[in-house]
Design a protein around this ligand. Structure first.
Ligand code: 5AD
Ligand code: SF4
Length: 440
């Protein structure tokens, strides 16, 4: 049996594309190799969101090159956003690469593997969602579902619209059918994926069109789905109907990832985010009105071109006022082909670093403070397996998306109740409630 190995970089969307890639390869008769060195087919699913993502991947390619030199019958493939952003140049820069394909072209890998010439083939069309490939799920009780592909936004810093194409929503009936099948197979937690999930449906023809909030309601009604998550919504499209769904649907988790990017309206304008600080703060107010205990996380970029000290202070103000449960913070990185990469007033590296340090300090302070509200509470945890820090303990995730390490007896895939005893900015710790086990 030929063997494959996939290394994945980037976001959950890429992780899911890799699951589909693996599922497809297994249906073609390939088995997964534990190491690259044992694989006949070496694949990379790449990311290009920041320069660090590019360089990390190029470092990994060196090893594949050595393996290919040792045994030229090995096949090396590069898929995903980086591949799309450089397209056929990949074969000039890295002649040992046999096949390259964009994020939407996972299924073309099968065509390539069945073709006569296993060398220098590139597949870079945008075709929308390309069929139901079987996914090889890492955990049988958690599943990802792509509800749309591509992005119609024009955020001036972002490479994704050029790597994943225009937004195409999947047919709601297909989605419901897929999720019902997953639930039948034992998936209890479903994460809906899209570059901009809450603009879901707008491109569908009228007779089939449903909104994101309606989609959530239909998924909530599926038997066996205990938890629904989604990522990422866009603040411009965050409407009351979605928050009403949060308040009403039992399966929809109390966590919203709402990317802020900057707290300065001037910077948001230059980023072409199409909302301002007031709109963002208003969305936060609405979230807290409908779901008072909702966990809120965000993405923030520091050092966007032209960001002044006063702009950055406004970001700190919004972080202070919102008190996020967690935040991913990024130093702005110019990306090829984006509008922002050509802007004057790129912020010096040293200034970016200083701002980042201040932001991270504030974010952590709030994350810790927010996490402490769970201490003493009994919370629902979906058990994922053994704790990474202490093998005698279990690890799971709360509905608020907190990692929980706890003593207990529950098995992976079970929902249980944990009494929280302590908290750090990242994780909660506690003990499985004995009454929960008695009842179960
Ligand atoms: N530089 C830094 N961060 C970026 N992001 C997207 N593009 C860039 C860039 N050029 C961040 C945004 C986005 C997250 C996934 O990555 O915050 O929400
Ligand atoms: Fe995901 Fe963006 Fe990276 Fe592509 S570039 S893999 S969409 S994070």
């Amino acid at each position: 049996m030929p063997k494959y190995h996939v290394t994945t970089f980037g976001c959950q969307m890429n992780e899911h594309d890799s699951e589909r890639m693996k599922g497809m390869l297994e249906s073609l008769g390939y088995a997964e190799a534990a190491e690259q060195d044992d694989a006949d087919l070496i694949l990379f699913n790449t990311c290009s969101i920041r320069e660090t993502a590019d360089s990390k991947f190029v470092g990994h390619l060196g090893h594949a090159k050595r393996l290919k030199n040792e045994d030229p019958s090995r096949v090396v493939g590069v898929g995903g956003c980086w591949a799309q952003s450089v397209k056929d140049e990949v074969f000039e820069q890295f002649p040992f690469v046999d096949v390259a394909f964009g994020p939407g072209q996972v299924h073309k890998l099968a065509e390539f593997l069945n073709s006569d010439s296993l060398t220098a083939q590139g597949y870079f069309e945008f075709e929308g969602f390309t069929g139901d490939l079987p996914a090889h799920r890492e955990r049988e009780f958690q599943g990802w579902v792509q509800i749309s592909v591509g992005c119609n936004c024009v955020c001036s810093y972002c490479i994704v619209p050029s790597t994943r194409g225009r937004e195409v929503s999947r047919d709601p009936d297909d989605l419901i059918r897929e999720i019902a099948t997953m639930a039948g197979d034992g998936v209890r937690e479903v994460t809906l994926l899209g570059q901009n999930v809450n603009s879901y449906g707008r491109d569908l023809e009228k007779s089939r069109r449903i909104s994101f909030a309606e989609l959530l309601r239909e998924i909530d009604a599926i038997d066996g789905v205990d938890r629904i998550r989604y990522t990422s919504p866009h603040p411009k499209d965050m409407r009351e109907d979605v928050l009403r769904a949060h308040a009403e649907l039992p399966a929809l988790c109390e966590h919203i990832h709402l990317p802020l990017q900057s707290g300065s309206s001037a910077v948001l304008k230059a980023m072409k985010r199409t909302y301002d600080r007031e709109r963002f703060e208003d969305r936060v107010r609405l979230i807290r009105e409908f779901v008072p205990d909702c966990a809120l996380s965000t993405d923030i970029i520091v050092g966007f071109p032209g960001e002044t000290d006063a702009d950055f202070e406004q970001t700190l103000e919004v972080v202070e006022a919102t008190s996020f449960d967690s935040a991913f913070t990024f130093v702005y990185s110019p990306r090829r082909g984006t509008v922002a990469a050509e802007l004057p007033d790129q912020v010096p590296h040293e200034v970016k670093r200083e701002r980042m340090a201040r932001l991270v300090g504030l974010v952590q302070q709030h994350a810790l403070q927010r996490a402490h509200r769970f201490v003493g509470r009994d919370i629902e945890v979906l058990v994922e397996g053994a704790s990474r820090t202490d093998a005698a303990k279990l690890r799971g995730r709360s509905r608020h998306n907190k990692v929980v390490n706890f003593g207990g007896l529950a098995g992976a895939g079970e929902l249980t109740t944990v009494t929280v005893e302590s908290a750090t900015s990242q994780t909660l710790a506690g003990t499985e409630s004995l009454t929960a086990r008695a009842v179960a």
